[in-house]
Design a protein around this ligand. Structure first.
Ligand code: F0G
Length: 455
């Protein structure tokens, strides 16, 4: 059979409250056109993030009941640790309440004024934790990773020449090397196994520890299996183990590729570092056998890790993205290609070229998509990155709209509905107008700023 179906049945459903277009126009106006201000009940299909929004399986709900809430030495922790080390064989697994807590602990040890930390592209919270420590976060993704139209199979790869140059230039100021798989900020694009190994070799040659931000490790492994020569006959767990083997540790948001609604971890090989990290953990998160989590969360994650590496799931997961991208492409909607793992990224700057970047074409598209169809997406462009430290406004590198797909949550008809909405938008895109920001906070303005339409 050619049709790739959702490899699950649905046992428990959450009703979607249907709304009309006039209702949505009033709702978003009342929210000052900021989609973060909407009540989730007023959204039909919520593609704001794939983080913590996935559906747990019946086995995960069963694991919730198995959860042991002992303060110290809970068997839930042992099941969690064993599930992690079956895929990522690090010596120390330190549970945290989510990914950014693991980052905060890592950069309390590796950050600091004057330091420089290279990655392919640091995710916002990673960058935030590095910069909060006084260090500088440097992005060294390959050039193809910045070109929405490039069909390079591994657009998340790090530029090894630039990494080498960075290590030579900054020498002792570089405490470690990071790599994000998949590269979320760059469009959910994968990193090849060859590139992971090359980054590890380069870091080792300079005596630097190498850490992986592994949030979407299973999607990355699926791309390696499909796209990297010689990997086709290998199992996903084997590829995952190869990806992490050359690393000295990892940070993880279990809200992505562990099917968790909450959770994360920091993994380390070095015993002394692990002692320091656990001391920090006890102060900020909790005792080392639960971190920031309940025992039941640890059990749900242990089960989730065994499900995320299932090939039928990953085939369906990535195919959904490809399906939407193929159809948007046919409608003439410019999208970041090839399909990434967790999201479809629409190039709003080129599609709405009559709206200049300083009038936020991504925001205009995201608001129109909500008004027309009740679909919530997220602007990743000049609203998010345009404000400079001196208060001035600069266009971001790209104006994208991200449609991030919660795991196992929506079905093919939801995908068709989204495609239909873009068909409607294609008819009226010339009439869409830009926005101005009427109020903004000093930092991370996209979450709370207020917009006014320029029509
Ligand atoms: N690293 C990457 C690559 C991420 O995508 C995220 C979160 C984090 C770290 C932080 O993890 O949320 O558990 O603290 N990304 C979400 C998103 C929020 O919508 O892309 P967290």
């Amino acid at each position: 059979m050619k049709t790739i179906i959702e490899p699950f049945r649905i046992k428990s459903v959450e009703p979607i409250r249907m709304t009309t277009r006039p209702e949505r126009e009033a709702l978003i106006r009342d929210c000052h056109y900021n989609l973060f201000a909407l009540d989730a009940d007023d959204v039909l299909i919520d593609l704001l993030t794939d983080s913590g929004t996935g559906a747990m399986s019946s086995e995960q709900w069963a694991a919730i009941m198995r959860g042991d809430e002992s303060y110290a030495g809970s068997p839930s922790f042992h099941r969690f640790r064993d599930a992690v080390t079956a895929l990522m064989p690090f010596r120390h697994i330190i549970p945290t309440h989510q990914g950014r807590a693991a980052e905060a602990i890592l950069f309390s040890m590796f950050g600091g004024k004057g330091r420089v930390i290279p990655s392919n592209t640091h995710f916002d919270t990673t960058r935030g934790n590095i910069e909060a420590s006084g260090a500088q976060a440097v992005d060294l993704v390959i050039d193809e990773g910045k070109d929405p139209a490039s069909e390079h199979p591994f657009k998340g790869n790090m530029n090894i020449d630039k990494l080498e140059a960075c290590l030579n230039e900054h020498g002792d100021a570089v405490p470690c090397v990071m790599l994000t798989i998949t590269n979320n900020a760059g469009g959910g694009q994968p990193v090849s196994l060859e590139n992971i190994q090359a980054v590890a070799r380069t870091a080792r040659a300079h005596g630097k520890p190498f850490f992986i931000d592994g949030c979407r490790f299973a999607e990355n492994a699926w791309f390696i299996k499909c796209r990297e020569p010689g990997q086709q006959d290998r199992s996903i767990p084997d590829i995952v183990r190869d990806c992490f083997a050359p690393a000295d540790g990892m940070t993880m948001s279990a809200k992505k590729d562990a099917f968790g609604n909450i959770g994360g971890w920091l993994a380390l090989n070095d015993d002394t570092l692990a002692d320091t990290a656990r001391a920090h953990l006890i102060r900020t998160e909790g005792f080392p056998t639960y971190g920031g989590l309940a025992g039941r969360d640890l059990d749900a994650l242990a089960q989730g890790l065994s499900e995320i590496v299932d090939e039928d799931y990953l085939r369906y997961r990535i195919r959904t993205n490809e399906y939407i991208i193929e159809r948007l492409d046919a409608l003439g909607v410019p999208v970041v290609k090839p399909a990434g793992g967790h999201a479809v990224f629409v190039d709003a700057r080129s599609w709405l070229s009559h709206i200049p970047p300083t009038e936020y074409p991504g925001q205009a598209l995201a608001v129109a998509l909500y008004e027309i169809a009740g679909v919530r997406s997220c602007e990743i462009g000049t609203v998010m990155f345009g404000r400079q430290p001196d208060g001035s406004e600069q266009p971001a590198a790209m104006d994208l709209v991200r449609l991030a797909f919660p795991r196992r949550t929506y079905t093919q008809s939801h995908a068709d509905y989204i495609i239909e909405a873009f068909g409607e938008l294609a008819e009226m895109r010339d009439s869409l107008t830009g926005y101005r920001i009427a109020w903004e906070p000093k930092l991370m303005r996209h979450f709370t700023c207020r917009f006014e339409p320029l029509s």
